[in-house]
Design a protein around this ligand. Structure first.
Ligand code: PRP
Length: 178
């Protein structure tokens, strides 16, 4: 594991600015929809969800969901398994899935289908980061923080083998150096 902190890809200041912009956009879009259910996807979304949720100006509830994706090294097999479902009843509610990153798209595609089976009023998606170059399946992302390239990113909730998850910024690492 490298001793040097990962180089900055997106700074704390830029994240903060973008999170505020997303919160304003979401607050405007959901202004007349009553209480929105924010569904954070563990573990990666926990910091983004904490910051975004506190900047919304609409009534909201927080739920969490956990999935396990099968990967061989950094390569997704596309198979996703539900580890923990939402606890509250989301039937008839407006649901906004909160992801730290959409990479191949398999996780979000699975989650949209799974959450729709609870018969919510609507399901929309919000991802802080999107890697369009890695997409394997088409999936709608209604709110995107930043589009990035194919670099491996850590920090602000994202990890590399559980390292660097709580870095306050988004950094890049080279998995071959780890
Ligand atoms: C990451 C991320 C997304 C998923 C995106 O989770 O938080 O949930 O991968 O990848 P995909 O678009 O290729 O499906 P990860 O499996 O690393 O788990 P973690 O959030 O617990 O770190």
């Amino acid at each position: 594991m490298s001793e040097q902190p990962p180089p900055v890809l997106i700074s704390e200041t830029d994240i903060d600015k973008r999170v505020r912009e997303l919160a304003a956009e979401i607050s405007a879009d959901y202004a007349d929809k009553g209480n929105v259910v924010l569904v954070g996807v563990l573990k990666g979304s926990f910091i983004f969800l904490a910051d975004l949720s506190r900047r919304l100006s609409i009534p909201r509830t927080v739920e969490f969901i956990a999935v396990s994706s099968y990967r061989s090294g950094s390569v997704s097999s596309g198979a996703v398994r539900l580890v923990m479902d939402v606890r509250g009843n989301i039937e008839g509610r407006h649901v906004l899935i909160i992801e730290d990153i959409v990479d191949t798209g398999h996780t979000l595609k699975y989650l949209i289908g799974m959450l729709k089976s609870h018969r919510p009023a609507s399901v929309k998606t919000c991802a802080l980061l999107h890697k369009p170059g890695s997409a394997q399946v088409e999936v709608p992302i209604d709110y995107i923080g930043f589009g990035i390239g194919n670099e491996w990113v850590v920090g602000y909730g994202l990890d590399y083998a559980e390292h660097d998850r709580t870095l306050p910024y988004i950094g890049t690492i080279d998995p071959d150096d780890q």
